[in-house]
Design a protein around this ligand. Sequence first.
Ligand SMILES: [Zn+2]
Length: 74
Amino acid sequence: MSKATYRCACCGDPFIARVADRNRGWARFCSKSCKAIKQEQRTGQHHAHQTRRDECAEPTFSNAHQFDNTELQS
Ligand SMILES: [Zn+2]
């Protein structure tokens, strides 16, 4: 499988991705966090007020972490 260096659509950093993925419209970001930032910007433009409410609903994320911990312990 051939790979190539692309520039992240969020931060502009170069990263290596599969050409096949890129052709499908994937591999546009160097990391998952960059992808999340871009997606937030896209939805945030349309739902500015809802984005603020999402911040209040953040405990969902810490719940997910707790879930991971219990799985590791058992
Ligand atoms: Zn990036």
